[in-house]
Ligand binder design. Structure first.
Ligand code: CUA
Length: 344
């Protein structure tokens, strides 16, 4: 039996592939994958993603149209008993489907390498911020500005930032990720890492830990404020230590929320929390698992923050992270104690 001609089928399939590819690419392009970019490093990431979506849309259309078309056009009709045509190799086709993907992948790797080089290259006038990760939170220090610990990452807009990152943990990896900045970086125990960002849009963002790191992983977030240089200077001025009692209580409350304390210690007096309630804690007689009784004075509360596992309150598990003594400054611990004192 002479082989059938497939020219007509190829013309039809080509037309359908083109139409299906255009529809798929427009569909993929209309999805909001991520929030709007807010750093100069985001540009190369987003343009590469755009190119990849076009390639993905085309390949999807190519595979699906060929498959579905073949299912319909070459199905077995009634009374059709013979086998289909037999093809043995097609050198030109095989060279084409080897060389084209090779060129595409090489081109994408060059674009990716260029984007990575741009995003990681050192810039003039960088401002250094130290990022410390702990289980489960973040703290930020500005060594050139005399700010030792901030629970919020304040950044002036259009300023090149060098983030120098360390983890106080010894057992888990955290990952610094701000979706709007696009770039991300792991924090590995014992290995200092760094990340460069140039925020170019004033706004509020969130640092998200993007490495599964334990029970507190989903809460391991920290706020970011990208502000004008004037607002940034005002924030620096406001970072001087406070001795005003009302201000200390307010700062302590903010720290309790941002450092994860509030996840386990409620302020409602409910005894059923993961950790003891803070309401009415000061002056309260606390019974320990070792049978002793302690009066919860300021020294006891301070010591419990720094050495949480030294003594465990009866009825609770020894699960509080022991890193707060390293993570918080003495000043910040004083704010938190002032806040707990206020909860009578
Ligand atoms: Cu730290 Cu997830």
């Amino acid at each position: 039996m002479p082989k059938r001609s497939y020219g007509k089928h190829f013309v039809i399939v080509t037309v359908i592939v083109v139409i299906a590819a255009i529809i798929t690419i427009i569909g993929l392009g209309s999805i909001r994958w991520m929030s709007a970019p807010a750093s100069t490093q985001a540009h190369s990431v987003d343009s590469l993603l755009g190119i990849e979506l076009v390639a993905i849309g085309f390949l999807f259309a190519l595979v699906m149209v060929f498959m579905l078309y073949s299912l319909v056009a070459f199905r077995r009709r009634d009374n059709e008993e013979t086998d289909g045509d037999y093809f043995e190799g097609h050198t030109k086709l095989e060279i084409t489907w080897t060389v084209l993907p090779l060129i595409t992948v090489l081109a994408l790797s060059v674009l990716g390498a260029r984007g990575l080089a741009q995003a990681t290259s050192a810039k003039a006038d960088e401002m250094t911020v130290h990022v410390t990760a702990f289980s489960w939170g973040w703290k930020f220090a500005y060594p050139d500005l005399g700010i030792d610990a901030s629970p919020t990452l304040y950044l002036p807009v259009d300023q090149h930032i060098l983030l120098q990152m360390n983890s106080v943990d010894t057992d888990v990896i955290h990952d610094f990720w701000v979706p709007e900045f696009r770039v991300k970086q792991d924090l590995v125990p014992g290995v200092p890492t760094q990340l460069r960002i140039t925020p170019n849009k004033i706004g509020e963002y969130t640092v998200i830990c993007d490495e599964l790191c334990g029970t507190g992983h989903t809460n391991m977030q920290a706020p970011i404020q990208v502000v004008s240089s004037g607002d940034f200077d005002a924030w620096i001025a406001a970072q001087q230590p406070s001795t005003d009692p009302a201000e200390m209580v307010k700062l302590g409350g903010e720290l309790a929320a941002s450092q994860g304390c509030a996840a386990c210690h409620n302020v409602t007096g409910d005894p059923g929390g993961i950790g003891p309630t803070w309401k009415g804690l000061l002056g309260h007689e606390v019974k320990m698992t070792d049978g002793t009784t302690v009066t919860a004075d300021e020294a006891y509360i301070t010591d419990s923050i720094i050495h949480p596992l030294a003594q465990i309150v009866e009825g609770y598990q020894p699960i509080m992270p022991g890193s707060y003594g390293e993570v918080l400054t003495d000043q910040q611990i004083a704010y938190i104690v002032a806040y707990i004192k206020s909860l009578q």
